[in-house]
Design a binder for this molecule. Structure first.
Ligand code: NAD
Ligand code: IPM
Ligand code: MN
Length: 353
């Protein structure tokens, strides 16, 4: 398959976005993002599709055939969250992993930016570039009650292509890449990832390269997040570090991501289905809104609309409106729907606030 190229997106008949709410708070945050996209980019066409654990429980299939058809015809995917319980559910695989792997979405871009919220450090601006297809996520494990083994796969091909994404991105930013690994212990797997990343780095003499063991990285990310620009790391470390980094952006409710590679770009919040708050209408839709902005900008090449959407979200936050997961005045606490409405009004130039 050819790499996804925004310039190849056909505009006759509109740009099609496949919308997969998924499970839990996916049903609450995604409609908000769709409304904002409608306001900022009226030509987009939305095709709703089902997937996730709720779908599996109802229909016996986590990603139904018609969802694959909807994805096939889509220029981009807006995804909420799915549940992936730790207990084994025979026949169920975490949908998001299947999508990333089957669609060849090998790069997961997970930015953290200091938001206009009280009490947070003001100058964090980093992007974790997470390898999305291999490492421990090949999900090949075996064992019994006494012992278990997991396969960890690192290939030159996947390491090279993700490293290129990181260095290209660094060129558009502050020109620094931190390669995060654990090659002191996993000499073959992390060793290969590190070697390839440093080799690719040599092709970018204008970009500063540093390397860091993942344990030290966890510490520096908590202590001095401003020192990072682009963070390049294998799959599982990227998963863990992106939840940690989200704290500097206001928490998981604020952390967006975009999966890119061969198939249609897939935007998704970093967070999961949040069963502890699902169904109460209080989830923070900002992560979904900012993911939608990433889909517009990086996925579809529509930077102006993405900027308008981000600015609207920032304005609403800067005015003090916040869902309960965020700090702020009691009187300006709003629910998911109201937050979304304020963003939409801001985009449509209505009086708000
Ligand atoms: P989670 O991200 O769902 O929630 C962690 C904590 O953050 C919870 O306290 C939750 O209430 C809070 N939170 C998350 N998103 C929020 C939002 N938008 N607004 C306000 N608070 C928010 O992680 P978890 O609880 O470990 O996992 C729940 C389920 O989600 C699991 O089944 C897990 O496998 C799955 N999961 C899916 C994805 C995905 O679909 N990409 C990502 C992570 C976890
Ligand atoms: C994420 C999630 C997924 C992952 C889970 C739900 C399989 O935590 O998108 O960060 O581990 O990649
Ligand atoms: Mn995660």
């Amino acid at each position: 398959m050819m790499p996804h190229n925004p310039s190849l997106v056909t505009h006759n008949g509109g740009v099609r976005i496949c919308v997969i709410e998924g499970d839990g708070i996916g049903h609450e945050v995604v409609p908000t993002a769709v409304e904002a996209l409608r306001a900022v980019a009226p030509d987009l066409e939305f095709i709703p599709a089902e997937a996730g654990l709720e779908c599996f429980e109802r229909r016996g299939v986590a990603i139904p055939e018609e969802t694959w058809t909807a994805i096939d015809g889509a220029d981009g995917i807006l995804f909420g969250a799915i549940s992936a319980p730790s207990d084994d559910i025979p026949g169920y695989e975490p949908v998001i992993l299947t999508l990333r792997q089957r669609l060849g979405l090998y790069a997961n871009l997970r930015p953290t930016l200091s938001p206009p919220l009280p009490g947070l450090r003001p100058e964090v601006d980093l992007v974790i570039v997470r390898e999305n297809t291999e490492g421990l996520y090949v999900r090949t494990e075996w064992g019994d009650e006494a012992a278990a083994v997991a396969l960890r796969v690192i290939t030159r091909r996947a390491s090279e292509r993700i490293a290129k994404v990181a260095f290209e991105l660094a060129r558009k930013r502050r020109r620094k890449v931190t390669v995060v690994h654990k090659a002191n212990v996993m000499k073959r797997t992390c060793g290969l990832f590190r070697t390839v990343a440093l080799e690719v780095g040599e092709e970018y003499p204008d970009v500063e390269v540093e390397e860091m063991l993942v344990d030290a990285m966890a510490m520096w990310l908590a202590k001095e997040p401003e020192r990072f620009d682009v963070v390049l790391t294998p799959n599982l470390f990227g998963d863990i570090l992106s939840d940690e980094a989200s704290v500097w952006g206001g928490g998981l409710g604020m952390a967006p991501s975009l999966n890119v590679g061969e198939g249609p770009p897939l935007a998704e919040p970093v967070h999961g289905s949040a069963p502890d708050i699902a169904g109460r209408g209080i989830a923070n839709p900002t992560a979904a809104l900012l993911s939608a902005a990433m889909l517009l900008e990086v996925g579809l090449g529509r930077a102006g609309e993405a900027r308008r959407l981000r600015e609207a979200v920032w304005k609403v936050l800067a005015a003090g409106y916040h869902t309960p997961d965020l700090p702020g005045e009691e009187g300006k606490m709003v629910d998911t729907a109201r937050f979304g409405e304020l963003v939409r009004m801001c985009l449509e130039g209505e009086r708000w606030g």
